[in-house]
Ligand binder design. Structure first.
Ligand SMILES: *[C@@H]1O[C@H](CO)[C@@H](O)[C@H](O)[C@H]1NC(C)=O
Ligand SMILES: *[C@@H]1O[C@H](CO)[C@@H](O)[C@H](O)[C@H]1NC(C)=O
Length: 217
């Protein structure tokens, strides 16, 4: 079946060339305020669990990783990206007229530093793998066919450190950003619902969906 005919709730499938395409735009189009709020709480929850995880996490980025996909990669402890000219990564929300939520920003600043985050977010830059490496958005590049093996090696390094010391160090570095969201969680939900419900945003999401359908047809 084509993507359009598929029921909405099938488990996600690996799409060649894509690590994660980010948030599911169909969840933002023509939905009730309750549903939008529920969706956004789930996105927050995912980030809180991943960014705040006690486990060591390594992202093996074997495809493009825009917007929410970039956030998932940023939330891991270490990022390995396939050294391919085809793949891009970045928080490009601004280009669609969307302001990345403050916790996306916190997570980016904590990874690449303030200056690089300023350029990255204001311009909504999508980086090539090489550029992403240069600004520290990813930690290393490897040939695509080596990515899983290299990720396993890196994971072994992280796991060689005594768990409790690694976990406490991680949490002391990340707690501030996680608490920031926990403290303003409902306001962030309201902000998202209010923004996404606006006519102009709904129209632009609709146009975007039409564009996607035409590409797939
Ligand atoms: C990327 O890695 C995931 C996880 O191992 C795998 O399921 C997927 O098929 C890979 N994609 C490509 C294009 O190799
Ligand atoms: C980010 O860039 C990707 C890849 O070009 C594009 O498909 C997506 O619509 C953009 N997302 C946003 C939120 O701007």
């Amino acid at each position: 079946p084509t993507a359009r005919e598929r029921p909405a709730r099938l488990p996600p499938q690996a799409v060649p060339g894509v690590f994660s395409a980010g948030l599911d735009i169909t969840e933002m189009c023509g939905r009730s305020e309750e549903r939008l709020a529920e969706f956004w709480r789930a996105v927050q929850e995912l980030w809180i669990l991943l960014y705040g995880s006690r486990l060591a996490t390594v992202a093996a980025i074997n495809g493009s990783s825009p917007a929410g996909g970039c956030l998932l990669a940023l939330s891991c402890d270490y990022r390995i990206m396939a050294d391919s000219r085809k793949y891009i990564i970045g928080l490009n929300e601004t280009r669609l007229g969307i302001v990345a939520p403050f916790w996306f920003k916190d997570c980016l600043v904590n990874t690449v530093g303030h200056r690089a985050a300023e350029r990255s977010l204001q311009l909504g830059i999508l980086y090539s793998a090489q550029e992403a490496l240069r600004i520290g958005l990813v930690d290393e590049l490897v040939p695509e066919d080596k990515i899983q093996a290299r990720a396993a090696e890196v994971m072994a390094e992280w796991l060689a450190v005594p768990d409790h010391a690694r976990q406490l160090s991680k949490s002391s570095l990340r707690k501030h950003a996680v608490d920031h969201l926990l403290m303003h969680r409902e306001a962030d939900v309201q902000n998202f619902v209010c923004f996404v419900s606006r006519d102009a945003i709904q129209q632009s999401l609709q146009r975007y969906m039409e564009g996607l359908k035409q590409k797939k047809a």
